[in-house]
Design a protein around this ligand. Sequence first.
Ligand code: HEC
Length: 407
Amino acid sequence: MTWQILVGEWSDFAIRWLHVIAAVAWIGSSFYFIHLDLSLQKRAGLPEGVAGEAWQVHGGGFYNMQKYVVAPSHMPEDLTWFKWEAYMTFLSGFALLCVHYWANPELYLIDKTVLDLVPWQAVTLGVLTLALGWVVYDQLCKSPLGKNDVALFGVLYVYLVFIAWGMTHVFSGRGAFIEFGALIGTMMVANVAMIIIPKQRIVVKSLLAGEEPDPALGKAGKQRSLHNNYLTLPVVFLMISNHYPLSFGTQYNWLIIALVMIMGVAIRHFFNSQHAHKGNPWWTWLVAAACFVLIAWLSGFGPSAAKAAESKPVTAQAQKIKFADVQEIVVSRCSMCHAQEPVWSGVGVAPKGVMLETPDEIHLHAKQIYLQAVMSHAMPPGGNITEIAPEDRRILGLWFEQGASMN
Ligand code: HEC
């Protein structure tokens, strides 16, 4: 193993570690503040300017949290701002996009059977959709539509589903899910960096000057916080979806994204209502469960109808597949990347540690092979970069269905 591979692998690991830590810190603090804000209660005798308070117990002590909506009589010097969690999540996520997806578009972004893009086109589209996706969203919020939260929400939903549909018709399923997740993440961070924090700064400034802050400032920030709240769960789903080829590797993958967004909103609605002491809307779990079942059902349809029909085991169900044939297919179509020493350029070590060279390794990964190359066409990547034939997928499928034996 050369030093370039060591440096590449470990910087990748470090950035991913940082990304997960930053995201945990961000989501954790934002869920905490949503809970706190919704659970504040009014009572008589609160200090002047305090709109509500909450009592909490944690870590061996009791906290009495009070929310000032008007400036406290003296503004503390060391006011804590919550923003670096969001910014670090973005910076590390952006770095991961660069070193993985945009550095290797053929492996991750392009599916030639979806759209025959050359690498620079795929990367340009990837960058453009992130930037444009945010600009249009931001303008929608600032338009007259933004005055009506519910109407805005409906339009944003249609807008996001449209983008998801578009992305799955431009990128590979894997690429589309990550790009879409990255877009939502970007929108959420931009909400913090461009709207919530700057407006909060103006509010603090006018409070310090003893002036009444413009209520529109707080309202805009609140609206974006609400969007972030509802987008959190879908973005986490999309970020881990890459390990589950059935989620992105089907012809209905854009519908799956549409359902994931409904599921995320429903689950957050349950907790938001509970925090605000507005009852337990248990029906939200029914909605979430129904979406989940629908997603699982849709994922069973496999890749595009034409592709699925090609490789579906139709003929000779009785024909017993020989392991030697399976091995030959896997070695000639998969092991240039999935090997101790991969020979495919741009692949330093076996992707995800999956090696498919020896009979044992192939046997061990039978289900994975079935998921990646038969039920979905996620592998070989790039829209079948190593040109596995439909007939060969059919053989792999039959082999698994017949019990994946080694003879
Ligand atoms: C051109 C290189 C290449 C070829 C050829 C290839 N793969 Fe992969 N494979 C990858 C990459 C890259 C990943 C990692 C994807 C990611 O990071 O999400 C991967 C991931 C996988 C995984 C692990 C998925 C996970 O998330 O844990 C399996 C299983 C797999 N491939 C099976 C196959 C099979 C079966 C074939 C042959 C039909 C094949 N691959 C052909 C590059 C390749």
